[in-house]
Write a protein that binds this ligand. Structure first.
Ligand SMILES: O=P(O)(O)OC[C@H]1O[C@H](OP(=O)(O)OP(=O)(O)O)[C@H](O)[C@@H]1O
Ligand SMILES: Nc1ncnc2[nH]cnc12
Length: 193
């Protein structure tokens, strides 16, 4: 098991975690029946909770000699750049197909229904760099596994993936290929906002 919840890894009882969880809105049956959508736009509206989120990641990664923060489109873009600026790393956007203008490498991944693809600019990351991958949420792990493959293809070392929200039993654990996964909060079940 390489999944780590912040509450069990140094932040036990930290009230910031509850504040973060409270700021996430749950929208039942979006975008389709049966999905309890974890909406982080309400977290972004709450300055304190948003800052707590960034601060926790920054405290964790600031002394790990990280030079690359890779953010997954679209919601990884909302947290990754702030973390990168604070720890003195570059931000590398991993984008959906046909969005990046330069030469790219691509990795396909499985979704619950169908497939998607992430792309990264050639030259954005160099061999030997130490990277973290940031996203808002991990569900099956398919998206993060594609991000890891992109970075490893260019010779970077993926130190950890960091997500704001994650299931306790990430179905895609094995897909992360043994990489540590650091999660701030579990999904909310009801809308408390
Ligand atoms: O662990 P997984 O099963 O791969 O799912 C997690 C991914 O799903 C969501 O993105 P989505 O694909 O909905 O794209 P969006 O952020 O562009 O809406 C979420 O932001 C993660 O990136
Ligand atoms: N339940 C969920 N809420 C928000 N984004 C998701 N991506 C995959 N599952 C999700």
């Amino acid at each position: 098991m390489v999944e780590m919840f912040a509450a069990e890894n140094g932040l036990k009882g930290d009230p910031r975690l509850q504040a973060i969880s409270n700021a996430i809105r749950v929208v039942p049956h979006f975008p389709k029946q049966g999905i309890m959508f974890q909406d982080i736009t309400t977290l972004l509206l709450d300055h304190k909770a948003f800052k707590h989120t960034v601060d926790i990641f920054v405290d964790r990664y600031k002394d790990m000699d990280i030079s690359v923060v890779a953010g997954v489109e679209a919601r990884g873009f909302m947290f990754g750049p702030s973390i990168a600026l604070a720890i003195g790393a570059k931000f590398v956007p991993l984008r959906k197909p046909k969005k990046l203008p330069g030469e790219v490498i691509a990795e396909a991944y499985e979704l619950e229904y169908g497939r998607d693809c992430l792309e990264m600019h050639v030259g954005a990351v160099e061999a030997g760099e130490r990277a973290i991958v940031i996203d808002d949420l991990v569900a099956t792990g398919g998206t993060l596994s594609a991000a890891i493959r992109l970075l490893e293809r260019v010779g970077a070392q993926v130190v950890e993936c960091g997500c704001v929200i994650g299931l306790r039993e990430v179905k895609g654990q094995l897909r992360l290929n043994g990489k540590p996964l650091y999660i701030l909060v579990e999904p909310r079940e009801i809308d408390g906002c």
